[in-house]
Design a protein around this ligand. Structure first.
Ligand code: GRF
Length: 211
C-alpha cells in the first residue's frame, strides 16, 4: 500500500490517537508533546470503547475525544466511514494506533496512505498478531522488543520505522516481559512521531529511511 516514494511532511502535525484500552502509549505521546519534543498537537483521541481508561484520561487532559460503538452501525464499512468523516473534518495528518484492537479495512488504510502508525510489542516481522509476549516466551527467544511501523492492509507488516530490543530473561512472565517492552514503546513511539513531523522519514520501495 505504501507508494514507491514518500517523504513525511515537515509541519506542525495534527494527530489522532486510536486506543481501546489503558492508553499508556497515548500518555507517552501526549507528554512528549507537552514537553515540546514533538511538533504536533493531538486533535482527536478516538476509541471503539466508551469505557476505555485511556479515553477517560484524554478527557481529563481536556483533549477532543470521540468514541463510537461498532454495534451502533450496520456494517464495518459504515462504521469506518463515520470515523473517516470525523478525521477529515479535523484535517488529521497522522493517525497513531496505540492499543487499538480493531483491524482497519484496506479501504480505510488507502484513505490515509503513509499516514497511519502502529506500535507492536515484538520485533516484527516476528510475532505479528495478538498475545505476542506469551508467544515470545513460548518460543524461548532471547530477545524481543517493540516496533513502530506504518500501517498497510497487511496487518503488522507495513514498513518499519523504529525498533527497540529488550532481553528475555529465563524467569520472565508475560507480565514482566510486557513491562520491559512497554518502557521501550514509550520511548520509540514519540520518537517516531517526532521524526515524522520533522520531515525526516522517507519510504522507498517499502523501506523507511531516516534522514
Ligand atoms: C501495547 O503493548 C502496544 O504495543 C499494543 O497494545 C498495547 C497498548 O498498551 N499495540 P497501552 O494501551 O498503550 O498502554
Amino acid at each position: 500500500m505504501s507508494q514507491e516514494y514518500f517523504k513525511s511532511p515537515k509541519k506542525k502535525g495534527k494527530l489522532a490517537v486510536f486506543l481501546s484500552g489503558r492508553g499508556s502509549n497515548f500518555i507517552a505521546i501526549h507528554d512528549a508533546i507537552l514537553e515540546g519534543k514533538i511538533n504536533a498537537e493531538i486533535a482527536l483521541v478516538f476509541s471503539d470503547k466508551t469505557d476505555a481508561p485511556g479515553l477517560k484520561i484524554a478527557q481529563q487532559r481536556k483533549l477532543d475525544t470521540l468514541s463510537l460503538n461498532p454495534k451502533d452501525f450496520n456494517s464495518k464499512q459504515e462504521y469506518e466511514q463515520e470515523i473517516i468523516k470525523e478525521l477529515k473534518n479535523r484535517k488529521i495528518d497522522l493517525i497513531c494506533l496505540a492499543g487499538y484492537m480493531r483491524i482497519l479495512s484496506p479501504h480505510f488504510c488507502r484513505q490515509f496512505t503513509n499516514a497511519i502508525l502502529n506500535i507492536h510489542p515484538a520485533l516484527l516481522p516476528a510475532f505479528p498478531g495478538l498475545n505476542v509476549q506469551r508467544k515470545a516466551l513460548e518460543w524461548g527467544v532471547r530477545y524481543s522488543g517493540a516496533t513502530v511501523h506504518f500501517v498497510t492492509p497487511d496487518v503488522d507488516m507495513g514498513p518499519i520505522v523504529l525498533q527497540a530490543v529488550v532481553p528475555v530473561k529465563q524467569d520472565d512472565t508475560e507480565e514482566t516481559l510486557s513491562q520491559r517492552i512497554l518502557k521501550e514503546e514509550h520511548k520509540i513511539y514519540p520518537e517516531a512521531i517526532k521524526l515524522y513531523f520533522e520531515g525526516r522519514l522517507e519510504i522507498r520501495n517499502r523501506l523507511v529511511y531516516i534522514k
